[in-house]
Design a protein around this ligand. Structure first.
Ligand code: HEC
Length: 155
């Protein structure tokens, strides 16, 4: 009997079709990677349109050294020299109960989010003329970015 009779037809089919199938698989993988690269680019684009994620660890250090003497982000710790920052994101300026704000801070009338904080923290006295927050500002964009990233996680 001819030799190919001893080969199971399914195996034979697999043997015959293996190379094209592999190529197909390869093509699929290629397609997948290109798609995921595309997705990545898309994600990067949207995040740069809103707010790039910073280094939260560095942000925690900045809060400790630059803000903590006057603020806490822990709800139960209440107000210190400055108002409690718990729940800050999405809140209007000057709305922490029991904190005695300046009119300037109360009347600023913006909502705290990444973008308003980014501008405020560069130079608080410029953003809110008349504020009593005695803080010169974080001049480096990266510092503000890191701090806001941390605040967003903690507040
Ligand atoms: C020396 C004390 C002090 C330091 C340091 C300080 N703050 Fe303040 N902060 C205040 C005071 C006081 C106010 C209220 C200002 C007012 O009523 O005019 C305030 C207000 C704010 C507000 C507005 C809150 C609201 O409800 O409208 C934010 C946000 C804020 N501080 C964030 C920070 C961050 C972040 C840091 C660190 C980078 C910081 N502050 C450093 C004292 C301080």
């Amino acid at each position: 009997m001819p030799i190919w009779d001893s080969v199971c037809p399914q195996e034979l089919a697999e043997l015959t079709w293996a190379p094209p199938r592999d190529k197909q698989a390869e093509a699929a993988v290629k397609e997948d990677t290109s798609r995921s690269v595309e997705n990545k680019i898309k994600v990067e684009n949207t995040s740069s349109q809103s707010f790039p994620t910073g280094d939260a660890k560095k942000g925690a250090g900045l809060f400790k050294t630059r803000c903590q003497q006057c603020h806490t982000v822990v709800e139960s710790e209440g107000n210190k020299i400055g108002p409690n920052l718990h729940g800050l994101f999405g809140r209007k300026t000057g709305s922490v109960e029991g904190f005695s704000y300046t009119d300037a801070n109360k009347q600023k009338g913006i909502t705290w989010d990444e973008n308003t904080l980014f501008e405020y923290l560069e130079n608080p006295k410029k953003y809110i003329p008349g504020t009593k927050m005695a803080f010169g500002g974080l001049k480096k964009a990266k510092d503000r970015n890191d701090l806001i990233t941390w605040l967003k996680e903690e507040c």
